[in-house]
Design a protein around this ligand. Structure first.
Ligand SMILES: [Zn+2]
Length: 282
């Protein structure tokens, strides 16, 4: 019989706080700490019953002691042993996070921040972006402030699903508004199979219409962060993407100077075509 080890919710939040703490430390200290944690975990692989019982009456609830000499107090995340006949079963821990908002609201930066956090914790992560988004770099997600994380360009949602590896726990998806509506089912399937899916994208197009599939994904997500930009005109809360050049295309790619973030008062969907008329009159 094999056993599956599941961390209790309290242990998970302990570890998350620990990783947040480590992420802020000097790199060498954080790396040493991660080695200690790795060793503690690999012990479980061989001797799942080696740690002491957390409750006298429950042999399947144990405490994992992670000894930190110089870093802080010893941590004791609890874990449960679940007898299982399969090697590994997923399906309990998946969820969907959506990061939405206008251009210049820091969506890609926030996606990168969350992915890097998992990478520090050595959780297998894959990030995807639509093939058509070729600005800045081919195989990365790059924010306007030049943070980056490796990202695989895929043609559509089907190709994305096929590209997710068995071991992957965290799936990041950038520029979700450029995907087909099949992305909704794909993201649901990934979360249903135990993946943490983090989706970033525009919720509104330049005419302030819902930009699918992001709005539907927001309704399917456990966690939604609506980001705001700073209005380029008045400094107010920028919720809209204002197009400042004239084009009927839904998307003008790679032309960040064709857009501004605008607040409710300063946003005007007709502005670009009006400006063209003014130029035509001169
Ligand atoms: Zn404004």
């Amino acid at each position: 019989m094999s056993f599956r080890v599941r961390f209790t919710p309290e242990a998970k939040s302990d570890l998350e706080r620990l990783y947040d703490f480590l992420a802020e430390q000097e790199l060498g200290a954080a790396e040493r700490a991660l080695e200690i944690i790795d060793r503690a975990w690999s012990l479980l692989e061989e001797f799942p019953f080696s740690c002491r019982k957390a409750e006298e009456s429950n042999p399947f609830l144990r405490e994992l002691v992670i000894p930190f000499g110089s870093i802080g107090r010893p941590r004791r995340p609890s874990y449960e042993l679940l007898p299982s006949l399969s090697v590994q079963r997923r399906g309990e821990d998946g969820w969907i996070e959506v990061i939405c908002g206008p251009m210049f609201s820091g969506k890609s930066e926030e996606l990168i921040r969350r992915i890097v956090r998992y990478q520090i914790a050595r959780r297998p992560a894959q990030t995807f972006k639509p093939l058509l988004d070729t600005r800045y770099a081919e195989a990365e997600v790059v924010s306007h402030s030049s943070l980056s994380v490796a990202a695989q360009p895929v043609a559509d949602s089907t190709e994305l699903l096929q590209a997710v590896e068995e071991r992957t726990v965290v799936v990041g998806i950038d520029e979700a508004q450029f995907f087909d509506d099949g992305l909704i089912d794909v993201v649901e399937a990934l979360a249903g199979a135990g993946r943490h899916v983090i989706v970033a994208g525009l919720d509104l197009d330049y005419l302030a219409r819902p930009f699918e599939p992001v709005p539907t994904l927001m309704t399917r997500a456990e966690y939604v962060n609506k980001m705001l930009a700073v209005c380029h005109r008045c400094g107010g809360p920028g919720m809209y993407t204002q197009r400042v050049i004239d084009s009927d295309d839904l998307v003008v790619l790679g032309a960040t100077d064709s857009y501004e973030a605008r607040c409710r008062r300063c946003y005007d969907p007709q502005e670009a075509s009006q400006e063209r008329l003014e130029i035509a009159e001169v």
